[in-house]
Design a binder for this molecule. Sequence first.
Ligand code: NOJ
Ligand code: CA
Length: 542
Amino acid sequence: MSGGTEWWRHAVIYEIYVRSFQDSNGDGIGDLKGITQRLDHLQQLGVDALWLTPFFPSPNADFGYDVSDYCDVAPEYGTLADWDELVAEAGRRGMRLLVDFVMNHSSDQHAWFRAARSSREHPMRDWYVWRDGQPDGRPPTNWDSIFGGPAWTYDAPTGQWYYHAFLPEQPDINWHHPALREAMYDVARFWLGRGAAGFRLDATAHLFEDPAWPHDPDPAGGAGVGQKAYNANRPENHAVLRELRQLTDGYDGARVLLGESTIDHLPGLLQAYGAAGDEMQLPMNFMLGRLTQLDAARLKHHLDAAHHEIAGRGHTPVFFFGNHDQHRPWSRFGAAARDDAERDAIARLTSALLLTQPGTVLLYYGEEIGLADLPDSELAAAPLGPQRPRADDRDRCRTPMPWSAGPGAGFSSGTPWLPAGKRAATRHVEQQEAETGSLLHWTRRLLALRRSHPVLRAGRYLPLSSSHPSVLAYAVALPDGQAVLVALNCSAAAVSTRLDGAVALPGCDALLLASDDTVGLLTSAGLKLGAWGVLVASLRQR
Ligand code: NOJ
Ligand code: CA
């Protein structure tokens, strides 16, 4: 393992969509044993930890984000023994595992919810959020759910409504209830005791609702359905996250809380670390993570803010572009590109940007080879069946990992639950392994640089201004004098630029990584970068 203390401050965490990474038994569904079989790929890539999307028993109304038993493995994903083996084998290779903890809601098929809905008198009734409807028969409030439709579902046998921030099959649990709270903490203890290095916390913004249940004059408007003052980032969240942090801190090995903190403003994101840094260590920065365009000024704005406001206060900023809910960065940032070669060039730039940030970086499986979204026409034609009970637009970014050519893309000897897509025939790990100029080799080189140059993961970020509007540039420096310059041309035209910083730049020493041979070192005359050019160079020590 990479150091016992606070390893997470400079980690690269690789998200695995378990259903789609590797199938080990030919049923077309990725599983835990499959991940174990592919650990060598991840070790060679050089990541520090793996975040696994939910692999617990689930009716799959939201592919595992509707959990019907928090302390077991779904048969389609394997067994608890498979989990134990994965922990051991990953540990042998220096990698840790994070479990996805779905804290806001369970499945409506969870034994707790079945008990809760069995009668108003059941002792577990208040483990969920029940309210009477309005006198005219309408739901308790006019709030919408984040997945569309009302946030309330009527339970006829007991004559009350239950609240769900997401699907009706995902009833919100009631964190006010002490016994429920303890039961959820027992879930955390279960996985920590079984070798989890910590948790990715699902939907942390939504644990509580405004107890006044206010009427919303514009339910679909304002900051958006998931960002209302009554349903997101309530002050009550903090006590729960503090308690969970105390619980995880009680275990050895620097366990960590990585949060899905869908907050769209910096002061809110700062609060997610806790007033005394005593809540989540790693709330994700969605302001950067949801960008859809490579606009150098906007990128600079978000990076400067994250480093200044978050790292500047001693917290660890968390950077990512891809996850299982949004368009893949290769497709998103490459939407207007002429061809795949240009999309690859853009992907080189975005991965260089991520992997040269001091702090913690998340990579989503397949990003190392520039995996694309499944095109709309292929998504629309993807069949439903027992392995894929419902269609989800987000499936476009959840396709099986293409390991090699052939019908199952090296992912499965059977029929994959979701097609790997036509592109998988020619773009896969084996092919990129063979080409030294591929994205796979580029990503590995970036991760290797991050390991060999501590300044790239633990340095202080120094903003630079560029005379050319398309160039994003920054330096990172350590007190011992090590410093690295990163310059990224966010445009398809070759550019020349001058760079300025708060401190004078001493000039480049050695090139560490360049996207192509037109990239030159910084001289007194400035810097030249080709289309989507990337320069990473060490700076002379003063
Ligand atoms: C966020 C998860 O990332 C997403 O996939 C899921 O649908 C919702 N939370 C609800 O659990
Ligand atoms: Ca399988």
